[in-house]
Design a protein around this ligand. Structure first.
Ligand code: UT7
Length: 309
């Protein structure tokens, strides 16, 4: 969907969306494609790139807040679709940081000897969860998936440090209130948008810039690296102004920041792995590079992972 498509839906303009967010278009999955389908496609590509077969995978972790079903996990559906006979599969519901939280679990499992090879996925079908009557949110979101294979080795590459935090008291700033156990759908429910994403954008913006910068500084400090050592920052693509403010706080030039928000918008848990994969396939990432991934989302929750490629 382009900005012109949204001009027909709500009171907005290409000029407002472009200058306030950096978004020009987003990908919308059709009615027959669900999170598990996009995740399965991303997993197949990741396995192929890693030259790894499905039976080698011990654990499949899917970061998503747009699952196929309430029960079971989307990960279990993906497991069947791509045939991972030796894996345990489960979801992580951590909104836009779901991929980083999933990566942290894979890293911990591998370090503890619980598993040797993990598939970590971020996927969202946010179009199923977006109120297309609310101009404050509908112009922001898109559908996508990204996946990585994480495996044990002793080369010193991989996750160097991870930082994660959340603050649950800020949950009304970005949530979907209706549809869970607290506010279940009833026969009286009439659509008021409360079962879709609602957000106080400007409040979320301020916390996002501050906490993503803190998270990045934390992982750099613990890994003993400085901003000059970072080859590429791969940030959650929520708003180009957030990314620019983050880069300024980190003293990292925008030429060291990967952006794809213009073409994909905010894809929540898929945002970081999608950008990482594009940067990798474009040949921007080289062996030995320090890559900083950082994300922020509903919870509120945020986190950063410093990876040596
Ligand atoms: O991924 C999870 C984390 N999410 C984020 O990090 C998102 C953080 N927030 C943001 O990116 C920005 O706050 C937004 C892009 C959501 C909004 O930008 P903003 O510069 O913070 O705008 P605002 O919410 O302060 O609204 C400014 C004005 C308002 O009008 P009034 O009250 O000043 O008359 C809004 O109603 O812009 C209006 N507005 C729009 N106008 C045209 C809001 N959305 C639109 C729109 N088109 N789509």
């Amino acid at each position: 969907m382009t900005n012109a498509d949204f001009e027909k839906l709500v009171d907005t303009s290409d000029e407002w969306i472009t200058t306030r967010t950096g978004i020009k278009e987003r990908r919308i999955a059709d009615e027959t494609i669900f999170s598990s389908d996009m995740a399965a496609a991303a997993c197949k590509n990741a396995l192929e790139m890693a030259k790894c077969s499905g039976d080698e995978i011990d654990v499949l972790i899917v970061g998503t807040v747009t699952p196929d079903y309430k029960l079971p996990s989307t990960a279990c559906v993906v497991q069947e679709k791509i045939n991972l006979p030796n894996a345990v599969a489960f979801d992580v519901a951590a909104a836009c940081t779901g991929f980083i939280n999933g990566l942290s679990i894979a890293d911990a499992y591998i370090s503890a000897g619980v598993c040797k090879k993990a598939l970590v996925v971020g996927v969202e079908k946010l179009s199923s969860f977006t109120n297309y009557k609310d101009r404050n949110t509908c112009v922001l979101f898109g559908d996508a998936a990204g996946a990585v294979v994480v495996e044990a080795d002793d080369s010193g590459s991989g996750v160097q440090s991870i930082f994660m935090r959340s603050d649950g008291k800020m949950r009304p700033l970005l949530w979907a209130k209706t549809g869970g156990a607290v506010h279940p759908y009833t026969s009286e429910f009439t659509f008021d948008g409360s079962d879709k994403i609602t957000m106080n954008g400007s409040d979320v913006f301020k916390v996002a810039v501050k906490e993503m910068a803190n998270a990045c500084k934390n992982v750099m400090e613990r890994a003993g690296v400085g901003p000059e050592d970072i080859s590429l920052v791969v940030p959650h693509q929520a708003n180009i102004r957030i990314v620019e403010a983050l880069a300024k706080r980190l003293k990292v030039g925008m030429d060291h920041v990967f952006l794809n928000i213009e073409n994909y918008g905010n894809t929540s848990a898929a945002s970081v792995p999608l950008a990482l994969d594009q940067a990798n396939r474009k040949g921007i990432i080289k062996e030995g590079d320090y890559i900083m991934m950082v994300a922020f989302g509903g919870g509120l929750i945020w986190g950063s992972a410093l990876v040596k490629w």
